[in-house]
Structures are given as C-alpha cells and as structure tokens.
Design a protein. Sequence first.
Length: 186
Amino acid sequence: MGNFSEKYDLNKAKLLKQLIEKSYKRGSFTLSSGKKSSHYLNCKPVSLNGEGLNLISDLFLELKDSRSKALAGLTLGADPLVSGLIVKAASQGLELNGLIIRKEIKQYGTKAGIEGPLLEKGTLVTVLEDVVTTAGSVIKAINKLRENNYVVEEVLSIVDRQEGGYEALSDENVKLKSLFTIKDFL
C-alpha cells in the first residue's frame, strides 16, 4: 500500500506542475459562473495532452467510488476526462461506460441530450469536471442524469476553486472529491 501512496503523490505532484505551467493564468477574467477573478484555470491544455490525461486518469481512477459503473460529464471540458478514464479502466480490466451530456439537446436525429450507451435505470454514475467554482454547470449535468433515472453521488474534479461549489453539491446530496484546490495555485 505504501508504494501506491508514493505513486499517487508523485503523480499528483507531476500533474500540479503541468497545471501550473500550462493551465494557470493571472489577470482579469470572467468565469463561466459570471464571477470576476484575478486568476483562471483552463485545464484543457493538460487534459488534451497524453501525459496530462494519463496522470488525471490514474488519479481519478483511485478517487472514484468503486461501486460506480459509469462516468459522465458536460461537454466540452469533461469529454477528454471521461474518455481517458474509461480507457484507463479498460487497460486494468475494469468495465466503465462513458456518457457525455450535451449543453443543449440537438434538434435533429435522435435528439439525444446524453450520448453514450443506454444503461439500466438506477446505474451509479460518477460525474467528472475539470474545474468547479459554484457548481452551476455540474449541477445541470447531475439533473440531466437524474432525469434519466441514473444515480449520482459524487463528482470528481481536477480543481475546486472553493467558491461555493462544494456546498452547492452537498445540498444536492453529492460529494465533491477534488485533486486540488485553488490554494494549491496561489
């Protein structure tokens, strides 16, 4: 078990270094929540890089509730996270399905709001998110999953900005597990 902890800590340190170098910016920004901020985290330069996504997937696989049978997230930030983690799980002999939640239902074809395999009602789904601020976007994703009879008990995020997201998710009976908080970048 000691080796696992050392590997986990080493991977976490490597990921933080990548995030600081490639994803963290200082300046004047408006966040998706509408809030103004003097710092910004865009995790896509890391999650869309092979080494970065591999680190995220390793770390998330250890954080994820072992009972969860599927991973889901709101497009676009969660797309690489979901894909990376289902591939990582498969490489270790674990079966996980992936679901991508559209921000808007397409008006053609099947008009699907959730893309991926049709899973049994009551399937436990873990939601993935790159950055949680107020959790507004992730709660929309959770609500869409629940409307489709899936069970959501946890959200995994790369970074919690600590601006009310943890509390908002707790109000939804969902636990937020984050690899980092904004304090790790300040």
